[in-house]
Each structure stands twice: as C-alpha cells, then as structure tokens.
Design a binder for this molecule. Sequence first.
Ligand code: NAP
Ligand code: G4F
Length: 329
Amino acid sequence: MPRALITGITGQDGLYLAELLLSKGYEVYGFMRGQNNPKRELVESTVPDVKLLTGDLTDLSSLMRALEASQPDEFYNLGAISFVAYSWENAHVTSEVTGQGVLNALESVRLFAGKDAHTIRFYQASSSEMFGKVQQVPQSEETLLWPRSPYGVAKVFGHYMTINYRESYGMHASSGILFNHESPRRGPEFVTRKISQAVARISLGLQDSITLGNLDARRDWGFAGDYVEAMWLMLQQDEADDYVISTNETHEIREYLDLAFAHVGIEDWEPLVKQDPRFMRPAEVDLLIGDSTKARTTLGWNPKVDFPSLVTMMVDSDLAEQKRLVGLS
Ligand code: NAP
Ligand code: G4F
C-alpha cells in the first residue's frame, strides 16, 4: 500500500487530494497545524481514513516527526497562506509559511532520507500568481515570472527552491503551476465562493447585495477535483518536472456574476453588486490564461468540468447549504 503525506490537509485541495489517494488505495497522512484546529472535525468527517499529524510548516522538527511517523512514498506540499489580499498586510508571515515553509519541507525530506531522498516523490503547490504582470499570453512553463504580491513572491521562492533541490540533490521534486481552481469547498474569502454564497443568499431573500472589488480581472478558473488528479499524475512520472495546469480559457469576474445570477433567475444583477476600494489590491493581476499543453501531452491530463458547470455547481451547493442553515430543507 503506497503512503502519502499531505500538508494543507484542512484546505480545499487537501481534502480532494486525500479522497483521490484513498480511492487509489493509499495510506494517507495529513499534516495540520494547531492545537484544537477548528477544521479537524471537517477533515475527520470528510476523510475519516486519513491519519492526522500535527505540526507547522515553519517548524522543521515537526515536519521531520511527520516524515518519521508516515514514512511516505509521496509528499504533497499544499500548505500555505494562500489568500493573496491577506499577503500585503501580513507579508512577513506569508513569506515564512508560503516561501520558507517550502524550504523546510524540502529540507525535511533531504535530512530524513539522506541519499535516498529521491525515493520520496515531492510535489510543490506553485501558482499562476507567480506570472503576475504577465509577460506572455497565454502563460506556459517558459513564461518569465513577474509576481505582483507578497504571496506571489513567496511562491516564486518555493518554486525555485523545488527546482534547486531537484538539480542539487537529484530529488524527485515536481512543481505544479496551477491556475485558479475552485469548488464548493473553496474558502468564502475567494471571489468565486464569495459570489456563489451571496447569490444563494440573495435569491433566498437573506441578503440584499454583495460588495466586491475589481470586476475587470480575468482568471483561468477550473475545478479543484480535476486539478488534484494532475498533482498525482506528476508524481507517477519517471522524471520530476514542472507543469502548468489550466483550462486554457479566461473569464472576467463579470462573466462569473452573469452565470451565477442567471442560475437563480436574476438577469439584471448590476443593482445588486456594489464596489468598494476596500477590496481593491495595491497591485492587481489583470489577466491569467494558461497553456497546459505540456501536462495534456505528457501526463494525459485534461480538465473535465467546464466554466458554466463550475459556476452552477458552486451556486447549487451554496443554495443547499443556505436552505439547510435557515431550516428550509
Ligand atoms: P487553502 O484552502 O487556503 O488551504 C491552505 C492550507 O494550508 C490549509 O490547510 C491551512 O491550514 C494550511 N496552512 C496554512 N498555514 C500553515 C502552516 N503554517 N503550517 C501548516 N499548514 C498551514 O488553499 P488551497 O486552495 O487548498 O490551495 C492549496 C495549495 O495550492 C496552497 O499552497 C495554495 O497556495 C496553492 N494554490 C492554490 C490555487 C487555487 O486556486 N486554489 C492555485 C495555485 C496554487 P489551516 O486550516 O490550519 O489554516
Ligand atoms: O479569488 P481571488 O482572491 O483569487 P486570486 O487572487 O486569483 O488567488 C487565488 O488563485 C491563485 C492562482 O492564480 C492562488 F495561487 C491563490 O492561492 C488563490 O487561490 O481573486 C481573484 C480576482 C482578483 O483579481 C481580485 O482582485 O478577483 C478580484 N476580486 C474582486 N473583488 C476579488 C473581490 N477577490 C476577492 N477575494 N474578494 C473580492 O471581493
């Protein structure tokens, strides 16, 4: 039975990846921080077969202990402070967790396994946020990185550390440059979920309007369930490498609003959407659109859920949740 260790188990991708690996017969260990973490219950009820270990990406010895306890064949480093807006106000801790946390994870494998470090296949959750002020359209593995946020800068550090450990120590360390991926498990601070939750509440008469920031930004949005499959495929290759994972389509936030409101029968949504500078960013990433040709040809990966299906999946899930919360179902 192969064994996998996942950091970020309490997050959106951690849960989907754990489900995928359990379905493939893996013994799965989840690394989570904190005494009395409020997300523990969610993990225990969603993926009860995952064995939980506590620690923090900023604490090398806790990663070493997790490796000792899990003896993994595969290590998926998904843990990060992942909310871009938060990273300006908390730049130091973001660089420690999202940046140096990657170095700690890589170093823990190297120290733990020594000359056998290549036998623990390592996945780093890199991000399209690294492309920032994009230097090429669409963005591929060859595109120059130009991060626009402390989060993006920290991800660039982690990305190059992963490549460096591959080149310096022969580690099987791959970096997935994933474009935005969403799901009903997305945190409500991210724009897609913020909208799907508000649309559900507005249609049920529980909320009057939604306040957003920049509606002109464009993102290449996919479904998280499809994207964790790409992570797994990367670690099944003989050689470690870097791959862009994307749908290769881009959409404005306005298009997400169009589809989400239309799904609950509201065509004229403009009066229901307010804008507030509070939600604008000091530097914006205006346009993301990926070119995932390499992943499609080498890994045989293809996204299955398209943009309209993703939007309706999220709105339907929030409608069900809101109805349950107010006792309508
Ligand atoms: P998420 O839902 O925000 O999950 C982040 C996870 O990191 C949570 O489990 C969180 O645990 C954990 N974490 C935070 N600080 C930690 C620390 N100091 N030590 C250990 N764990 C810590 O993010 P996601 O959407 O699943 O994304 C997974 C990874 O992919 C992240 O690295 C993200 O940056 C990257 N990524 C995401 C996307 C996307 O569109 N979703 C795209 C590209 C890359 P708590 O519950 O304790 O906070
Ligand atoms: O949903 P977002 O917060 O995601 P963002 O910044 O693109 O980051 C996500 O994707 C990255 C991959 O490219 C990941 F690495 C990262 O961890 C995270 O998962 O914002 C999307 C866009 C931005 O342009 C933002 O300015 O939506 C715009 N936006 C407009 N109003 C808003 C809002 N974003 C949020 N969160 N809240 C708003 O009210």
